[in-house]
Ligand binder design. Sequence first.
Ligand SMILES: Cc1cc2nc3c(=O)[nH]c(=O)nc-3n(C[C@H](O)[C@H](O)[C@H](O)COP(=O)(O)OP(=O)(O)OC[C@H]3O[C@@H](n4cnc5c(N)ncnc54)[C@H](O)[C@@H]3O)c2cc1C
Length: 383
Amino acid sequence: MGERFLINGAGIAGVAMALFLQQNKEVEVCLLEADEQIRTPETGITIAPNGMRILERLGLREQIEAAAKFSRDGLVIADRKGKPLTKFHEAAGDNRIWALPKADLKNIMLGALEPGVLRLGQRGMDLIQSQEGVQLELAEGGYLRGGYLIAADGMRSVIRRQMFEQNRLRYAGGICFRGIIPKQPVHVVPDRFVEYWGRSGRIGIVPLSGQRTYWFAVLRARKNSAILEDYQAADLLAHFMEMPPDVTEVLHLTKNQPILREKLYELETLDTYANGRVALIGDAAHAMTPNTGQGGNQALEDAFVLAQLLHTSQVEKAFEMLSFVRRERVAKVAKLSRFVGRVGQIRNPLLIGLRNSLMRSVPADFQHRKLAEIYELETDRPS
Ligand SMILES: Cc1cc2nc3c(=O)[nH]c(=O)nc-3n(C[C@H](O)[C@H](O)[C@H](O)COP(=O)(O)OP(=O)(O)OC[C@H]3O[C@@H](n4cnc5c(N)ncnc54)[C@H](O)[C@@H]3O)c2cc1C
């Protein structure tokens, strides 16, 4: 390749891309991050088997496993009384789902970057591409030149808005609240990631290493609902009073902890992730709802697939093939995530009863096959 690659955005996608590219000593990698320092919100993240396999290829599996915790039961979904709706076999070996504070994941990934690759406080703005290369103007003044630009600047990507069709970010009809409490509540089962689905919404509890506990709650909300946006832990506690004791205990313990709240959006499927010398990866290309915990895992997959393509193809061709290889898979995961969100947010008691009995009657093997489709990488399949 022998080229200079600019990567705009040092989230999971951008850092993973830089880590793969720096393995090629003929390539110069320039990873730009708009923020002056890496700021990762106080929240957890789950790493599914597909994401973990890519982190392994980056040589980071051991460090991640040391910082993370896995669930012995995969992801358990239960009703508001705590009765399981899904039946997973024990999640073992390579099929474990891991969770850790997002800041720990980012720190491990950033720690593997070669010196000089990351440039903090550089916000890419206007991009010009020509036959010779790309020129990215920076908000702080000046510009950077390179052969190619990989935009990993998240769901509101400025590069996508300039260089690609104007696909909409769609409001996904809900708000997600998240937090980490620094202790292990007595009612929380230490080795189980559980999500409860009730009339009032969905709430998940994920034990982390170091006795910490990550929780998230998704409530249905109109786009302009100001009431929910102001919700504090006490409001959530009142909201989820019907739920089992681990939920109420976690929310009670959250009272003095910061809560992160985000309206959920997803990006309409783009026709392509490539435009000449520019490619999109991660949320910039395909922001999806978080209901299957796959956004970050898919960002890792993008970086891995693009790196593989760059080994065998000329750069612009590799960018084009990225869309070809990834769009269908990402659309499938996003669709499943949307579906899980809708089914999990049903409020009508009759429909909830119907949903719950349907879920209980789905054979475990079927559920496993469906999950395997998401968790398996293309490269893992026998050809
Ligand atoms: C509630 C919730 C829960 C989730 N849970 C999970 C989960 O458990 N597992 C999972 O895999 N995924 C999960 N996700 C999704 C996951 O967080 C995202 O898909 C993932 O973080 C996307 O990474 P990214 O690098 O593409 O984008 P981002 O994380 O958005 O990173 C973009 C980076 O680019 C920088 N940037 C932006 N603009 C510019 C610019 N102009 N110039 C330079 N830098 C710029 C930003 O500062 C940022 O650092 C969840 C999402 C939500 C909302």
